[in-house]
Design a protein around this ligand. Structure first.
Ligand SMILES: CC(=O)[C@@H](O)[C@H](O)COP(=O)(O)O
Ligand SMILES: NCC(=O)COP(=O)(O)O
Length: 260
């Protein structure tokens, strides 16, 4: 069984667009867990464009109270700044069940590549150890489509990581073009190599109800998918009709009010 961890970054995007606290990320996370999601993911960015440190603390508390996995994603090399204490400091404070390290820069619109393990293993090793000492399972964001980056995937196991997370953005793009077959073969091959090295395999980025089934059918043993962007968009579409009907019911009641 593959676990679903819902990424609630996009709820915070909406909230921050108006200031204030609505829509509330903790309430959204609670709804996801009530519906059966296995965990909650957030990927706070140093510029606090969506998830803020306070959200991380609140969601960590919710996950702890509900006994579900909290997956905290981020770049461990990004320096702290005002409003962002740094990835390791956040992990120290909330002790997420899983820390997913992602090598992205502040200037990126979103995550778009995994680690180059041949190059990055040395500097990752002490961080992996620190996070494991905090009690976190450690997962490293990994490419499957770019042979140069996935070349040293076994190094992830050698430096003590528990899992990799396959960056599925290129798969989602290929799926949209109807050209996913060759991409799926590459993902399946890297997943098998990682598993042979003793690593668990997670996956995420741009997965959706349209492309998830084919991915899981082709790639063996995926332990967890973290999904946010498409899931929150799909949830908006799924909920729009009912919400509009709710407003119309209010207007109907008001029209029948003789004191109006
Ligand atoms: C690592 C990954 O693929 C996701 O965490 C993704 O980066 C979400 O981040 P944004 O919501 O900022 O795009
Ligand atoms: N790790 C991937 C994630 O958390 C969500 O990515 P996306 O579904 O928002 O693209």
């Amino acid at each position: 069984m593959t676990f679903l961890s819902v990424n609630v970054n996009k709820i915070a995007v909406l909230r921050n667009s108006r200031g204030g606290s609505e829509p509330d990320v903790v309430q959204a996370a609670r709804a996801c867990l009530d519906a059966g999601a296995h965990g909650i993911t957030v990927h706070p960015r140093p510029d606090a464009r969506h998830i803020r440190a306070a959200d991380v603390y609140a969601l960590g508390g919710l996950a702890g109270a509900r006994g579900v996995e909290f997956n905290l994603e981020g770049n461990p090399f990004a320096p702290p700044r005002e409003g962002y204490p740094g990835f390791l400091a956040l992990c120290e404070a909330v002790r997420p069940a899983q820390a997913t390290l992602v090598p992205d820069g502040d200037d990126q619109l979103t995550s778009d590549h995994g680690f180059d393990f041949l190059r990055d293993a040395g500097r990752l090793q002490p961080l992996v150890r620190q996070l494991r000492d905090m009690g976190c399972r450690v997962s490293l964001f990994a490419d499957a489509w770019d042979p140069r980056r996935s070349e040293g995937i076994e190094h992830a196991a050698q430096i003590g990581a528990d899992r990799i997370e396959l960056y599925t953005g290129p798969y989602a793009d290929a799926f949209d073009r109807g050209e996913q077959a060759c991409m799926l073969e590459r993902f399946a091959a890297i997943a098998r190599r990682a598993q042979a090295a003793g690593l668990g395999v997670n996956a995420g980025h741009d997965l959706s109800q349209a492309n998830l089934g084919a991915f899981l059918a082709a790639v063996p043993g995926v332990l967890e998918v973290s999904i946010g962007h498409a899931l929150i968009g799909e949830a908006l579409h799924a909920g729009l009709s009912a919400t509009v009907r709710g407003y119309l019911a209010i207007l109907d009641r008001a029209a029948g009010d003789p004191y109006r």
